[in-house]
Design a protein around this ligand. Structure first.
Ligand SMILES: Nc1ncnc2c1ncn2[C@@H]1O[C@H](COP(=O)(O)OP(=O)(O)OP(=O)(O)O)[C@@H](O)[C@H]1O
Ligand SMILES: [Mg+2]
Length: 459
């Protein structure tokens, strides 16, 4: 696997070297051009200054004097008459110089002219300056400079550019190497962290220093690891509770079935044990159904089929179903609901909510108590409360009653048949409707459940 820092580095390097090359090349061309131009201008200026001396004192002695002066310099001079016959020269005239003189045109401006500038291919660069006396051209000053010296200078420039180029390339590689490491190291850490997560090791610690996208990603991974750890813990707790919940009734079923099978029993005893077996089997069936509901709810694989439900007839129907059970236990049950109110809910799911809550009020109330169901309309919400005068819940247990399998009194639950799933189902369904559910309670005073649902204003 290719390292990410290597990839980032290579990409940066290619781009920066490309940019550097273009910049260096432009600079190089510019430097060389301007240096050559300077040389040409200097040559022209020298020719012009000889010309000025000659125009002041035109005569053979001045001409010889100029030629003599130039013989010690790097440059060479040749002075001709207007027909280009050579009058004097500084050193021996080379054939290239003669050729240049021969080919130069007679039309030369006052300030002179560069007549040979091809320093790469020719042996000399050359300039010409006309000598004028009384508005007539009487001759020319030719200046020559060997291109050897220019080539040498260019070579020195090349050398310098190569040195600087190599140094900056090294510096670039070094910087990019460092930078790409700095950029990639948090990514590499996060990759290792996620690998550990996938192996089931949730003890991930990422040092989040930056506030940017990488920092946010690291934070997200950290959160994910915490959530996964929590999920793993609750899942094993959940599985432990399920097996416990299933084992207890199954032990009864197994035990009583064994008795019925082996012993000579009276008809009365046989019916008694068979009833116990039947009830326990019922309990397991109910438990499995509740678990299935919960699993579906948690997966969000069920869809809430919301429809406009007229609340009063809906509650009346649920209450009628429960009425007999309340009556049997001698509990006064009443409900109140505005008759015109309708809500967007899933009637089947919501019936489950009301039945579970009312079932608790029934189970945990004493004979002669009151249970009230109230529906209240607020401007934006609808509050549904169920209040009983039952045994209540100790303060320290209240925060946990919505958890799966949580029961205040574990032993009592067996006689009342509860499994501790009712309220967690209530919570899931209400939240899937976009609502909230709260519980307040006082021991021996009673319990009140409040369901708050958003009201669809347009109705
Ligand atoms: N109205 C209430 N009065 C007193 N205690 C309550 C009331 N409602 C719930 N509880 C307590 O909260 C616990 C959890 O309630 P929940 O409805 O989730 O489970 P359950 O009634 O025990 O079993 P299930 O509803 O699954 O048959 C109950 O076991 C009970 O201890
Ligand atoms: Mg219950």
């Amino acid at each position: 696997m290719k390292n990410i820092s290597f990839k980032i580095g290579l990409l940066f390097l290619v781009f920066i070297v490309l940019i550097e090359t273009v910049l260096f090349f432009t600079l190089y061309v510019h430097v060389v051009e301007s240096r050559v131009k300077e040389e040409l201008n200097a040559l022209q200026a020298r020719g012009n200054s000889h010309r000025a001396v000659l125009e002041k004192h035109y005569g053979q002695s001045t001409i010889d004097h100029v030629a003599l002066m130039e013989s010690e310099a790097d440059t060479d001079v040749a002075i001709t008459d207007k027909k280009k016959h050579i009058l004097a020269y500084s050193n021996r005239l080379q054939p290239e110089m003669k050729r240049i003189i021969r080919h130069s045109s007679a039309q030369v401006p006052r300030e002179g002219k560069i007549i040979e500038s091809h320093w790469k291919t020719e042996k000399y660069i050359a300039a010409i300056s006309p000598i004028r006396l009384h508005h007539h051209t009487v001759g020319y000053v030719y200046m020559f400079q060997p291109t050897e010296s220019i080539k040498e200078m260019i070579w020195r420039i090349n050398h310098l550019f190569m040195l600087v180029g190599a140094l900056s390339l090294l510096a670039t590689i070094f910087t990019i190497f460092l930078l790409s490491r700095i950029v990639a190291s948090p990514l590499i850490h996060m990759k290792e962290a996620t690998e550990r997560l996938s192996r089931g090791d949730f003890s991930v610690h990422l040092h989040v220093k930056s506030n940017d996208e990488l920092g946010a990603l690291a934070k997200a991974i950290q959160l994910l690891s915490r959530d996964l750890a929590h999920l793993k813990k609750t899942r094993s707790e959940f599985l432990a509770s399920i097996s416990h919940e299933l084992r207890t009734p199954l032990t009864y079923v197994k035990g009583y079935a064994d008795i019925v099978r082996r012993k000579e029993l009276s008809e009365e005893e046989r019916i008694k044990y068979a009833t116990i077996i039947y009830e326990e089997a019922n309990h397991v069936a109910a438990l499995v159904k509740e678990l299935f509901d919960l699993a579906q709810l948690e997966q969000h694989s069920f869809s809430i089929q919301k429809e406009a439900v007229k609340l009063y007839p809906f509650i009346q129907r649920v209450a009628d179903k429960m009425a007999l059970a309340f009556q049997e236990k001698g509990i006064h049950f009443e409900y109140r609901c505005p008759s015109s109110l309708s809500l967007q809910i899933d009637p089947n799911r919501f019936e489950q909510v009301l039945v579970n809550v009312l079932d608790n009020a029934l189970k945990y109330s004493k004979r002669g108590g009151h249970v009230r169901l109230d529906v209240e309309e607020k401007s934006k919400h609808v509050l549904i409360t169920v209040a009983d005068e039952g045994i209540g819940i100790p303060e320290e247990d209240v925060p946990f009653v919505f958890e799966r399998f949580y029961r205040v009194d574990k032993s009592r639950a067996r006689s009342s048949g509860g499994s501790g799933l009712g309220l967690s189902i209530v919570k899931e369904i209400v939240e899937a409707h976009g609502g909230t559910v709260k519980l307040e309670s006082k021991v021996n005073k009673g319990t009140m459940i409040t369901i708050e649902l958003e009201r669809d204003i347009e109705q």
